[in-house]
Design a protein around this ligand. Structure first.
Ligand code: DX5
Ligand code: ZN
Length: 216
């Protein structure tokens, strides 16, 4: 199984993104959390920041949009060169049309589900997506505790992906640490977002440890 570790720069030093990105050069992708103060009660940064990060990042960008009206805003992030653009199911009017548009532009299309959102209505749409993000905390803030109760949903998604013979990446985001990454891997995740767990210590070392803990 391929394990991907995507550090979230939400936990990085906002005054030094360029050097912070160099510290995670051994990661698979860099996770970029876009928040709009509407879909979630927190505000980060937007498209101009992503355009600039794209120019200086040693690893491709995994953009996580926690914004309303994803249909309108998501394509711009694909046009900026993001490797993957993940929007929330709860914030898109036409998720399939949007995913097709993202793929057409050349990005991988991802759909994210908050802890309380059922995955069942989306399982038949799996072929339209390259990635499903099962949130393991309520979106909005770093440093929260991993919600074990999201694991049955992750497992059902993993089973559906396998049954359909698809290569859809399964991502988890929120509270991922050396203590919890094994639980998510066991339930079928292969792509792990980690903010505080990576940037709290020495990032390269933490990335290696997380990778090892996920593959055990
Ligand atoms: C939360 C964000 C996460 C956040 C994770 O809404 O989507 O990506 O950065 O942070 P940790 O790993 O600290 O829980
Ligand atoms: Zn995120």
């Amino acid at each position: 199984m391929t394990t991907r570790i995507n550090p979230s720069i939400l936990a990085a030093d906002f005054a030094n993104f360029e050097s912070e990105l160099q510290r995670i050069a051994t990661a698979d992708l860099v996770h970029v959390d876009i928040m709009d103060n509407h879909f979630v009660p927190n505000l980060t940064f937007g498209l101009p920041m992503v355009e600039r990060l794209q120019q200086v990042s040693p690893v491709p960008l995994d953009v996580h949009l926690m914004i309303d009206d994803a249909d309108r805003w998501a394509p711009g992030y694909a046009e900026a060169g993001a490797f993957s653009v993940t929007f929330h199911a709860e914030a898109a009017a036409e998720p399939v049309a949007l995913a097709r548009r993202l793929r057409e532009i050349g990005a991988r299309a991802g759909i994210a589900l908050k802890p309380g959102t059922d995955v069942e209505p989306y399982l038949e749409l799996l072929p339209e997506f390259d990635q499903v993000l099962i949130m393991t905390v309520e979106p909005g803030f770093g440093g929260q505790s991993f919600m074990n109760e999201t694991m049955p949903k992750l497992r059902r998604t993993a089973d559906a992906v396998e049954r359909a013979g698809l290569d859809v990446w399964l991502q988890v985001d929120g509270g991922i640490s050396l203590d919890t990454i094994g639980i998510a891997a066991e339930a079928g995740a292969n792509t792990f977002v980690a903010g505080s767990a990576v940037f709290r210590g020495e990032p390269a070392e933490q990335i290696a440890l997380l990778r090892e803990a996920a593959s055990r």
